[in-house]
Design a protein around this ligand. Structure first.
Ligand SMILES: [Fe+2]
Ligand SMILES: [Fe+2]
Length: 173
């Protein structure tokens, strides 16, 4: 993992560098999600996060494959944003101790990650198109679609979990 970026002097290098950051992002999420899964009280939330962990492994593999094609290796560049979001998520797990109330916080933390991923893949997909890399654009769009779906499932789950939580939560009584 490179901690310091080299000068980025052309659009293709900018694209590759951001693919490397996307790989670090996915690898960081793969490490962070099990803690969220273990701490989710709601069974459906736990299953949804577990399912997305499997999808996330697929995202990492797809980005690795794009990097292999372009550079002959799957090296990473630090994505500072995802490390900050992962720290926020683990702080949430430590700070919010009531299990039912904690699910609300976990969904919030997970959706912040999904929104970041959607922004990353939306940008990368557009850049790939501008660079004439149509196959890359299709791969990146397929990942973006799964991020959108994961986010929308979390929104659906939050509608029920957030509505149920206040009655069980001392802070709301
Ligand atoms: Fe992902
Ligand atoms: Fe995701």
């Amino acid at each position: 993992m490179k901690l310091f970026s080299a000068n980025i002097e052309d659009f293709r290098t900018l694209y590759i560098t951001n693919l490397q950051k996307a790989l670090d992002m996915e690898q960081t999420i793969i490490k962070a999600l099990p803690d969220l899964i273990d701490n989710a009280a709601d069974a459906n939330l736990s299953v949804a996060l577990q399912h997305h962990l499997e999808e996330t492994r697929g995202h990492a593999a797809k980005v690795e494959s794009l990097l292999q094609q372009h550079t002959g290796e799957a090296s990473t560049e630090t994505c500072k944003a995802i490390h900050a979001l992962a720290t926020e998520a683990s702080d949430t797990i430590k700070d919010v101790t009531d299990p039912s109330f904690r699910d609300i916080a976990l969904i919030g933390a997970a959706q912040q990650v999904e929104h970041h991923e959607i922004a990353v893949y939306g940008t990368l997909k557009n850049w790939a198109s501008l660079l004439g890399l149509t196959q890359d654009a299709a791969v990146l769009e397929s990942i973006e679609a799964q991020e959108f779906k994961a986010d929308s499932l979390l929104t659906q789950l939050s509608a029920r979990i957030n509505a149920e939580a206040p009655a069980n939560t001392p802070a709301y009584r």
